[in-house]
Design a protein around this ligand. Structure first.
Ligand SMILES: NC(=O)c1ccc[n+]([C@@H]2O[C@H](COP(=O)([O-])OP(=O)(O)OC[C@H]3O[C@@H](n4cnc5c(N)ncnc54)[C@H](O)[C@@H]3O)[C@@H](O)[C@H]2O)c1
Length: 298
C-alpha cells in the first residue's frame, strides 16, 4: 500500500467535481499534487486553493484526449517531483440521445476524453511509474481510472457514454491483470460512480470548437440531457463521499469501487441474462415513469 505522505499524485479533471475532491484529500494526506484540466479558470482556482493549504502544486492545462499533452504532463511531473505514485485518470464528459442520432463529432469528443484520455494515462503513466519502481525497491504506486456504473449497465439514450465507460472498465481490468502478471508494485482500481452532483451534466462547457454540434440537438438528445441534469443534481452521495471511499479502496488495494452498491442488482441481472443467453432485462422495471418521460419527449 502507498504511504501517501510526501508522494506524488497526478489528477486529471482536477478543476471540478470528483477530481477536485481527490486533490483535497491528497493535499490533506501531505501529497505533492500534479493537477491537469482542460478548463483553465477552474484549474487556476483549484491551484490557488491548494497552494493556500500549503500543498506543493504543479498545474497544467492539458487535454487528455491528446497523447502529446499527457506525455508533457508526465514529463513535467517527473521533472518537478522526480516520481509519480498515485494517478487518477478521471477527466470525463457526457453526451446522450438515441445511439443512431449521435454525430461523428459526438463520438470523437466523448471517446476522445473518456476513453483515449484513460488510454493515454495508462500508456504513459504506467511506464513512468515502472521506471520509478526500477530506481527504488520500496516503490509502491496505484492507478485509479474513473469509469461509471454506465460501464457495467447500458441505460437507453446514453450510448456514447456507455460505450466509453464499458471500454474503461475493460481497460482497467486488463491493466490490473497485466500488473499482476509481471508482479509490478503498482495497484489498480476502477471507480464506478452512479449519479453524483458535480459539473458532469454541463460538460458541454468544455467541448472543443472543432467538435461542436453541427446541428440543433435532437429531441432525444434534449430529453437525455434534461434527465441527466435531474439525476445528477438530485444525487444524494456527494463528490466528497466518493473521493473518501476511493482513498479507502486504494488503502485496501480494492479494485472495484462503487458509490452506490444498491445499483449493483441491475448489473447482476445483466450478467445473469448474458450467462443464460436471455435478452437484456428491462432497465426501467423499477422506474417505468422514467421510460414514459423519455418516450413522451421523443
Ligand atoms: N458525477 C457523476 O454522476 C458521475 C457518474 C459516473 C461517472 N462519472 C465520471 O467521473 C469523472 C469526473 O467527472 P465529474 O462528475 O467530477 O464531472 P465534472 O464536470 O465536475 O469534472 C470533470 C472535469 O474534467 C475536465 N475535463 C473535461 N474534458 C477534459 C479534457 N479533454 N482534458 C482534461 N480535462 C477535461 C472538466 O473541465 C472538469 O473539470 C468523469 O470521468 C465522469 O464521467 C461521474
Amino acid at each position: 500500500m502507498i504511504d501517501f505522505k510526501g508522494k506524488v499524485a497526478v489528477i486529471t479533471g482536477a478543476g471540478s467535481g470528483l477530481g477536485r475532491e481527490f486533490a483535497d484529500i491528497a493535499s490533506s494526506l501531505g501529497m505533492k499534487l500534479v493537477l491537469a484540466d482542460v478548463q483553465a479558470d477552474a484549474l487556476e482556482r483549484a491551484t490557488d486553493e491548494l497552494l493556500a493549504k500549503g500543498s506543493e502544486v504543479l498545474a497544467m492545462v492539458c487535454d487528455v484526449s491528446k497523447g502529446a499533452h499527457v506525455q508533457e504532463l508526465a514529463d513535467a511531473a517527473i521533472a518537478r517531483f522526480h516520481g509519480i505514485h498515485l494517478v487518477f485518470n478521471n477527466a470525463g464528459v457526457g453526451s446522450g440521445g438515441l445511439i443512431w442520432e449521435n454525430s461523428e463529432a459526438d463520438w470523437e469528443w466523448v471517446l476522445g476524453v473518456n476513453l483515449w484520455g484513460v488510454i493515454h494515462g495508462v500508456r504513459i503513466f504506467t511506464r513512468a511509474m515502472l521506471e520509478c519502481a526500477k530506481r527504488d525497491p520500496s516503490y509502491r504506486g496505484h492507478i485509479v481510472n474513473t469509469a461509471s456504473m454506465a460501464g457495467l449497465l447500458n441505460a437507453p439514450a446514453m450510448g456514447v457514454y456507455n460505450v466509453s465507460k464499458h471500454a474503461v472498465v475493460s481497460l482497467s481490468e486488463t491493466l490490473y491483470h497485466d500488473l499482476q502478471l509481471v508482479g509490478a508494485p503498482i495497484g489498480a482500481s476502477v471507480l464506478c460512480p452512479y449519479f453524483v452532483p458535480t459539473g458532469i451534466s454541463h460538460s458541454h462547457r468544455n467541448r472543443p470548437d472543432e467538435l461542436k454540434l453541427d446541428a440543433a440537438p435532437t429531441a432525444s438528445q434534449m430529453a437525455a440531457q434534461a434527465l441527466t441534469v435531474k439525476a445528477v443534481e438530485s444525487g444524494k452521495v456527494s463528490a466528497t463521499d466518493v473521493a473518501n471511499l476511493t482513498f479507502e479502496a486504494i488503502r485496501n488495494e480494492q479494485f472495484y469501487i462503487f458509490s452506490h452498491p444498491q445499483a449493483l442488482g441491475g448489473v447482476a441481472e445483466r450478467m445473469d441474462a448474458i450467462v443464460h443467453a436471455t435478452n437484456p432485462p428491462d432497465p426501467y422495471a423499477a422506474t417505468p415513469h422514467v421510460r414514459e418521460m423519455l418516450r413522451s419527449r421523443l
